[in-house]
Write a protein that binds this ligand. Structure first.
Ligand SMILES: *Cc1c(COP(=O)(O)O)cnc(C)c1O
Length: 368
């Protein structure tokens, strides 16, 4: 039992900035003088339409989305995009290219190959996905329908700090776990998608940014709810959207703007990641990060505890248990990788990192 807010290192759903939660709390019972919660009003009311407009506008200004891109909000999570992207952007007789970097691209591969031939451009599966394939390793299909990538591999802890050169083929990026954490150039992408529950708010909303001409590729006989053009034509109001999630997404992005935008956010994230990786690398081998240095994620920091030259699962279990009791949540690694993982999204502040480092140093002293 905690009577205060703890240090939240959950991988997703994850921490939401405290000022956002407080604002939502303040407006919870009576939104904008309507005498209702935002959850209790028609999605076609002028008050909700204003919320939706705020959300779209905040995405556009924060991420710098050019005018030839549509910004839409859908349901079904990032996982539904693994189907929706090939359904809409696939082209009969053409291959889809995919860069295999972990569990999320494996899932995207599984769905895409139900309808199309998928070429794996490069894969680091044989190295446990502990690094990202380089451009030199790519075997691109010259006329592929698109190239699929995952820009931050939440489970394995790798993140691109460069963008693949797809030789003119549209690039589709799963940015679920690093959206709005760094400055990006949207014009370099064909489509970006991201579930909201890591950096943009609660689960239930998925952001899709798609170049408008690409959304026109889809067969008009696809289910209406599976076509990007339906959401574009109806401004994400074809059916009842996840209204509360959209409201939270608007507040979260407005909070990013109020705290200096993406540039300042990125600088904070670099400092946080440097602090934590610095503590791991400076622990005389007690903590070790298995991820290739150049590909280390700023959002999901994977590490292990070593006894001699072997990772010690018992000690890791002890670490998680003691950390939880001390008010550090979510540090257990993903079940498919083991070890430890600290997810340090935008809403996790430098103070939480500093406190975690102190805890880690103390634990190493007692157990090293
Ligand atoms: C969390 C995550 C997903 C899955 O999101 P859902 O909303 O659960 O479908 C997909 N890709 C990445 C990179 C993720 O981090």
């Amino acid at each position: 039992m905690f009577t205060h807010r703890i240090h939240n290192f959950n991988a997703g759903p994850a921490a939401i900035p405290l000022p956002v939660l407080k604002k939502a709390q303040e407006e919870f019972l009576n939104f904008a003088g309507t005498g209702m919660s935002v959850m209790e009003m028609s999605h076609r009311s002028k008050e909700f339409e204003a919320v939706l407009a705020r959300a779209i506008d905040a995405v556009k200004t924060t991420l710098g989305v050019p005018d030839d891109y549509a910004i839409i909000l859908v349901q079904g999570g990032a996982s539904m995009q693994f189907s929706m992207v090939p359904m809409n952007l696939g082209i009969a007789g053409k291959k889809i290219d995919l860069i295999q970097t972990g569990a999320w691209t494996q899932k995207a591969y599984k769905e895409a190959k139900k309808h199309y031939e998928v070429n794996i451009v490069a894969s680091t599966e044989s190295e446990n996905f502990m690094r990202l394939p380089t451009q030199a390793e790519y075997k691109l299909t010259p006329d592929a329908a698109y190239v699929h990538m995952c820009e931050n591999n939440t489970i394995f802890g790798t993140e691109y700090n460069w963008l693949p050169d797809t030789k003119g083929v549209p690039l589709v990026s799963d940015m679920s776990s690093n959206i709005a954490s760094r400055v990006i150039d949207v014009s370099k992408y064909g489509l970006i998608f991201a579930g909201a529950q890591k950096n943009l708010g609660p689960s239930g909303v998925t952001l899709v940014i798609v170049r408008k001409d690409l959304a026109e590729r889809a067969d008009k006989n696809l289910p209406s709810m599976m076509q990007y053009r339906t959401y574009i034509a109806e401004n994400s109001l074809y059916n009842t959207p996840p209204t509360f999630g959209i409201y939270m997404l608007a507040l979260t992005l407005e909070h990013i703007q109020e705290t200096g935008g993406l540039k300042a956010t990125e600088a904070r994230n670099i400092a946080k990641a440097d602090t934590l990786y610095g503590a791991i690398d400076g622990s005389n081998g007690f903590y070790r990060c298995p991820v290739h240095k150049a590909d280390r994620s700023r959002m999901n920091v994977n590490y292990r505890i070593y006894k001699g030259d072997k990772a010690d699962e018992e000690l890791e279990k002890k670490f998680v248990k003691e950390a939880e009791a001390a008010g550090f949540a979510g540090l257990k690694g993903h079940r498919s990788v083991g070890g430890l993982r600290a997810s340090i999204y935008n809403a996790v502040d430098q103070n939480s990192i500093n406190e975690l480092v102190k805890f880690m140093q103390d634990f190493a002293r007692k157990n090293g």
